[in-house]
Design a protein around this ligand. Structure first.
Ligand code: F6P
Length: 549
């Protein structure tokens, strides 16, 4: 048996006892449990004391990481080796936020001069737009920026712009359009003044159907109002595909490049972050990069037992593979982080939703859980019922800031009390005797008392992690995002999968391309399955009937 198999086996034996553990007892037995299972890195606290773990669990998880050669894979990623094995590419998002003097090599070439070159162009451009030196075709300053992109070319910059909205200027609004459904773009265009609108077409490949369709519609809308020659002044591109950008009619001077070694879902630190620089200013964008860089240095150097991304990733493995929990909820108690769950869905599920190992063998363990979530306290009035009393256990991740920035008195203390209450209720619950005592005190008795005590009992023992930031600054956000990115990498290494490819999105794209002619022409090609033909028939007849009124 190899080292990895025996590390898994040791964990399975250990996990077999976990069914009898109770968080109430674990806290009672160890008064220093919080200190033992929490770590502060700069202004970020990671507290996993309410996870169903013992010191031995953490030791065995570290052994697993070592047996999977996490340290070796980590070194290879930072060294620019092709850790994206199925595409034979490096995954060098760490170079995008590298702030040190050292070179970062990819295939023997230092990538830093080009990285810095693009950053300098982003700074010059975003400064000029923000201070009104760069204007639209009619001489008006830009008041609205529309990012057209999808997936990694949308979710990352969108999440960050929302998170840092308290630092944005009210007179320069940044919008994000991603969906192929015209109902996304059309109502936005209806509200915009073309003369004061700048479009950023963001696509690594510059071939993505959604982005190309939205960009073409936006271009036609602008040209119809300001003339074809205005397009050059109102469109910029962010892409690795220079030829396609030029073919679209965007001046290379207005095009910001990045590189094949930047994965889409890891790209917000590249020129894909241009809307962030436009929204909050380039200095703040750089602070975001600095935050990411500080987490990179920590991840690269801290021993596994004190390494936040390693601990975070290993706890995810524990919950998914050893305790068997199929989903994980991300619950930011901060309205500004409302897009974090959606961002993490792509980051985690596109990276680790895999069933084949790097070497082509099937995986031996369940991989990425379903990641989902919503901001608190909204979720409390929607799905928390299931978290507390449902039949499935959902490990939860709470994210909150010690201080708010909105200036409204009374809100933040209540928000903090709520997040603390939820974590406590999930962990320690309320048993039937406690529920009964409360109801008796309220005057209930007899059958009603017996029945309601059962309904009002909470099983508890439901694991959660807390991440506490001092404030939601660009640096803190950078650290948080980099923590998640590296945690995803850690999990992928343990599962022996390539976290940086995404072949699972291809089939749907291919089929959509093949089906488009049938939808357009209203035909039902024989080679299609009965279901697709039936739907095509129904759609054709309904669309005809609707067109005829
Ligand atoms: O959904 C697949 C995907 O390739 C993502 O990985 C990527 O973030 C998104 O599409 C957008 O791709 P692009 O930036 O090339 O338009």
């Amino acid at each position: 048996m190899n080292a990895l198999d025996s590390a898994w086996r040791a964990l399975r034996t250990h996990a077999a006892e976990a069914g009898t553990w109770s968080l109430r007892r674990l806290f009672a037995e160890d008064p220093r449990r919080f200190e033992r299972f929490s770590l502060v890195f700069e202004d970020l606290l990671l507290d996993w004391s309410r996870q169903l773990v013992r010191p031995e669990t953490m030791r065995l998880l570290s052994d697993l990481a070592r047996a999977a050669d996490l340290e070796g894979w980590r070194a290879r990623m930072f060294a620019g080796e092709p850790v994206n094995t199925t595409e034979n590419r490096a995954a060098l998002h760490v170079a995008l936020r590298h702030r040190g003097p050292e070179p970062i090599l990819c295939r023997g070439k230092d990538v830093m001069p080009e990285v810095r070159g693009v950053l300098a162009r982003m700074k010059a451009f975003s400064d000029a737009v923000r201070d009104g030196r760069l204007r639209g075709a009619t001489g008006l300053p830009f008041r609205d920026v529309v990012n057209i992109g999808i997936g990694g070319s949308d979710l990352g910059p969108q999440m960050v712009c929302r998170a840092l909205a308290h630092l944005a200027r009210p007179d320069l609004r940044v919008h994000f359009v991603s969906n192929l459904d015209g109902a996304h773009l059309a109502p936005l265009l209806a509200r915009l003044d073309p003369a004061a609108t700048l479009f950023v077409v963001a696509s690594k490949t510059f071939t993505t159907q959604e982005t190309m369709q939205n960009a073409a519609s936006a271009r036609a809308w602008l040209a119809a109002r300001l003339g074809e020659e205005a397009v050059a002044q109102h469109f910029v591109a962010v892409s690795t595909n220079e030829g396609a950008v030029r073919a679209f009619g965007i001046d290379p001077e207005r095009s910001f490049g990045f590189w094949e070694w930047v994965g889409g879902r890891f790209s917000l630190w590249s020129a894909i972050g241009l809307p962030i620089a436009l929204c909050v200013g380039f200095d703040r964008f750089e602070e975001l990069l600095e935050g990411g860089y500080s987490m990179d240095r920590h991840f690269a150097s801290a021993p596994l037992a004190r390494n936040l991304p390693a601990i975070h990733g290993l706890l995810a493995i524990w919950n998914r593979d050893l305790l068997g929990f199929p989903t994980r909820a991300v619950l930011p108690y901060d309205q500004r982080l409302e897009r974090l769950p959606a961002f993490l869905q792509q980051l985690e599920m596109e990276s680790n939703g895999k069933r084949v190992r790097r070497d082509g063998r099937p995986v031996e363990h369940p991989t990425c859980p379903v990641v989902w979530g919503e901001v608190g306290t909204n979720g409390q009035h929607a799905f928390f019922q299931l978290l507390h009393q449902g039949t499935d256990v959902v490990p939860c991740e709470f994210i909150v800031c010690a201080e708010a920035d909105h200036g409204l008195p009374g809100h933040h203390e209540k928000l903090l009390a709520n997040v603390l209450a939820q974590m406590r209720a999930l962990a320690f619950g309320r048993d039937e005797a406690e529920a009964r005592a409360g109801l008796e005190a309220a005057g209930l008795s007899g059958e009603t008392l017996a029945l309601l005590s059962r309904h009002r009992a909470f099983p508890g023992n439901r694991p959660s992690t807390a991440i506490v930031l001092d404030r939601l600054t660009p640096r803190a956000l950078g650290r948080l995002i980099a923590l998640y990115e590296h945690s995803v990498f850690v999990q992928g290494v343990i599962w022996e999968i390539d976290s940086f490819d995404q072949w699972g999105v291809e089939l749907g794209k291919e089929l959509a391309t093949r089906l488009l002619p049938a939808v357009e022409s209203g035909t039902e090609p024989e080679e299609l399955d009965g279901s697709t033909r039936g739907l095509l028939r129904h759609l054709r007849s309904r669309r005809r009937a609707l067109a005829d009124g």
